[in-house]
Write a protein that binds this ligand. Sequence first.
Ligand SMILES: *Cc1c(COP(=O)(O)O)cnc(C)c1O
Length: 462
Amino acid sequence: MEYFSTRGKVEPLGFIDAILMGLANDGGLLVPKNIPQLSKETLQKWQNLSYSELALEIFSLYVNNEIPRDELKQLVDDSYATFRDEAVTPVKRLNDGTYVLELFHGPTFAFKDIALQFLGNLYAYVSRKTNSIIHILGATSGDTGASAIEGVRGKEGIRICILHPHQKVSQVQELQMTTVDDANVLNLSVEGTFDDCQRIIKELFADVEFKHRYHLRAINSINIARILAQTVYYFYAYFQLAKNKEAEKVNFSVPTGNFGDIFAGYLAQKMGLPIHKLILATNENNILERFVQEGVYQPGAFRGTYSPSMDIQVASNFERYLFYLYGEDAEAVTAIMEQFKAEGRVVIPADKLQVVQSDFAAYGVKNEECLDTISDYYEKYAYLLDPHTACGVAAADQIVADGEVTVALSTAHPAKFDESIRLRNIKQTYPPQIQALFDKPQFQTVVGGTNDEIKDQLVKFF
Ligand SMILES: *Cc1c(COP(=O)(O)O)cnc(C)c1O
C-alpha cells in the first residue's frame, strides 16, 4: 500500500513514512492509494473475531508487510490490553432501535485512546527499529492531550510536549494530563484559547528547520494511523449486531468535530461495510451540518458548548472527504482549498451537494437539547450519556426512521464532563481511576502565548 497527498505533490510513501510525515509536505492530507475492497465472504469470515484480531486484519491491509505480521500483532495486542472491557468497544442496547458503542474504556476514558494507544506503540516501534528520536508536539482542547500522553509516557526514544489552554479544559482532563510524572512528558498550560495553541503548533511545524532540528512529530487527527485505527470499531459494532440479525439497516451516528471519526466510518463504508446512514452530529459549532444541508463550507462564530471537544470551526479532516467527493482529483482539491484560504468559504455545485447528502445525514444539536437528551435517557433507560454522546443520540432521534437500527458512538465517559452533567442535578460516582487523580500532585508550566516562549520551553525540554 502506498500513500499520497490530497494535493498530489508528494511522492508516494510507504505506511511508516506516511505516519511520520503527519501533515503532507504539500499542505494536503495523506490518503491510501487504493481503498481495499472487502468481499461479503471476508466480512462473514471476520464476524467472530475479537477486537484485536479484527484490528490486526484491517491494519494488515494498510501496512502491507512493512511491519512483519507477528510484530504488528504484538503492537495491536499491547495497544488494546490496556482497555478495561474485555470487548474493548462493547455495544450496549438502550431500546429496540438504539445501541450505544462505548468507545471510552481506554486509559483516559475517551475514544481517542483507541487510536493513540496504537500510535504511541507504533512510534516506539519505529524509534526502536530505526534508532531515531521522536519528539511529539501537540495542542489539545482536552481529550487528545491526555490520550497522547498516556500513549507514550515512559516510552524510550520518545518525548512529548502538549499545549493546552490555561484553565479552559475540564478539571478531569487537566488532572489526567498534569498528574503524569514521567520525565518524558511536558505540559505547557498556555494563557490563551485552544485556537491559539493550535496556531502556535502549526507555525512551529511550518518552521521546517526547527521541525527537523528537534525531530518534531504530530499526533493530531490528520495522522492517517488514527483514521485507520478508528475504522475497526465500525466493523466490530456491525458484527455484534449482525450476530443477532439486527444488521439489515444499521445507521451510525457520530458526534463530530474535526471530521476524523466520521471519516473513519466513511472509509469503512467504502471498504464494503454495509452502513445504511452515516449521521453527522454537531453541536452549535455547526459548520459541517451547514455544509451537508446547504453545500456551503464557511466557519461561523465560535460557540462554547457542553461538548467542548467538538467546539471546532475548521474541521482538519474535511479535505480527505473532499478528495473522494471530487473523484480523487488532487488539482480540484488544491483549487478548492486555495479558494477557502483566500475567501474563507467554499460553495459546492448542486450535483456534488446531492452526493454529499447521499453520503451523510446531518443535524446540529443546541445546548439545551444536549442537556435534555442527557436527562431523558437517564430517566428512561438509566443510562448516563456524556454531552458529546448525547449530541449523537439527539441527532439520531431526529433523523432515523422507524424500523431502522442506529449505533450511536459514545466518545467519552460522562465522568470527564461532570461540569455539564451536574447542571441537570445528576450525581455520578467517578470511576476509581478518575477519583484517584484528585490526590496526585500536578506538573505543568504556565506560559504566555507567544511562539518564542514556547520555543524556549521546547529547546530546554528536547
Ligand atoms: C475528539 C472528540 C470528538 C470529535 O471527534 P472528531 O474525530 O474530531 O470528529 C467527539 N467527542 C469526544 C469526547 C472527543 O474527544
